[in-house]
Structure formats: C-alpha cells, structure tokens
Write a protein that binds this ligand. Sequence first.
Ligand SMILES: Cc1cc2nc3c(=O)[nH]c(=O)nc-3n(C[C@H](O)[C@H](O)[C@H](O)COP(=O)(O)O)c2cc1C
Length: 203
Amino acid sequence: MLPENPSEEIMSLAPWRSPLGKALHLNRSLANVKYLQLATVRSNGHPANRTVVWRGFREDTNELKLITDFRSQKIADIYENPWGEACWYFSRTREQFRLHGKLLLITEETADEALQTLRVQTWKDLSLGARAQFSWAEPGLPRDFHKPFRMELPTPEEILPDFCLLLFDPIAVDHLQLRGDPQFRTKYDRSPGGKWNTIAVNP
Ligand SMILES: Cc1cc2nc3c(=O)[nH]c(=O)nc-3n(C[C@H](O)[C@H](O)[C@H](O)COP(=O)(O)O)c2cc1C
C-alpha cells in the first residue's frame, strides 16, 4: 500500500539498504570496508574522483555521512553542481554498489540547527587523527617543508572552521554481484514522490 504522505517513504529504509548493510557486515573484517570512491563534476565539466570514508547514515534517512575540508577542491565542485556518484566495492563478497545522488554541504555557516548539531556531533565522533587533519596547512598548495605542519591537536569541543559534513542522498543505486553465473544486477530508483522502485536487470 502506498503511504498517504510520500515523504514517509523517504523516511523508511530504502530497499538497497538491506543488501548494502549485509555487504558491510560480511566484509567487516576488511580494513577498507568503509572506503568508497566519490565522483563529482568540476566547473569545466571534467570528472573528479577521490576516496572518502563512509561515516554511517544520518539517523532516520538514507543519507550517507561523509566529511571533508572546506579548503579542498571538491567544495567548489559541489557548490556549482551538487550531483555526485559513489562507487563502493566489497572485495570479500565481490559486489559493487554505485550510488547516484545529491550532495549537501554543511559548513560552519549552515544556519539549520539540526544540521549544525549533526556537524558538531560528527566532529566529536572523529578520532584524534582525523580531527588533526583539519589543522593542517591548506590542501593542494605547494608544500613548505620549512614550516611546521602540525598545529596543536584539536579537541572534541573545539570544532575547526574548515570541518564540513557532507550528506549524500542517493536517488538511484545500481548493485552488481559478481558471485553467480550469470551474475546478478539490481537497480533501485527513487521517484520524485519518494517511492523506490526495484528491478532486476541483466548484468
Ligand atoms: C583511504 C582514504 C580515505 C580518505 N578519506 C577522505 C575523507 O573522508 N574525506 C576527504 O575529504 N578526503 C579523504 N581522502 C582524501 C581524498 O581522497 C582526496 O585526496 C582529498 O579529499 C582531496 O580531494 P579534492 O581535491 O578532490 O577535494 C581520503 C583518501 C584516502 C586514500
């Protein structure tokens, strides 16, 4: 039965969450299980791709939590074009998830209280090493080996201004399982009303 309010559909777990959760569980012993590749589009129309760490899902949503530095190149990409695609390969179970959707950047300037609270909480949850990276010299600039690189280590309470939370909200997911002969491939698409459609397609 369709929900009366389409947004209820978004609040419930998307159908791809179950196979993704299973993959995360079955591959949990791998050191790189939380690393995925996130592609964006540069302002000149060229693609850009990089590895990021999945930091869990935003509560009661299907949005992936990622973090990044405000000074990094991808910020300009996202401001200009919020569309992104993530590719996540699980080597133990030999399956790939491609997630296509919109990126929402939450910076120091974000006025929405709930989002700002989430940014602060995500900062607090980081390891010391992960927090320290936001005190490093500006990413991408020529390195000055004469200058000390490490600043004082930031504490969980002292959120550094360049720390950004990035929410990635998929509208389409393509799941390919190499195990099986023939292989399995499932596509999930979210309609503008929020309802997910699932279809098995040829691999
Ligand atoms: C294993 C691994 C994990 C990474 N995790 C992140 C991350 O969570 N966030 C991030 O912004 N960059 C992360 N990076 C660095 C990015 O891959 C990239 O080099 C950096 O963000 C600059 O990208 P940009 O110039 O496209 O903005 C990670 C790199 C590796 C190799």
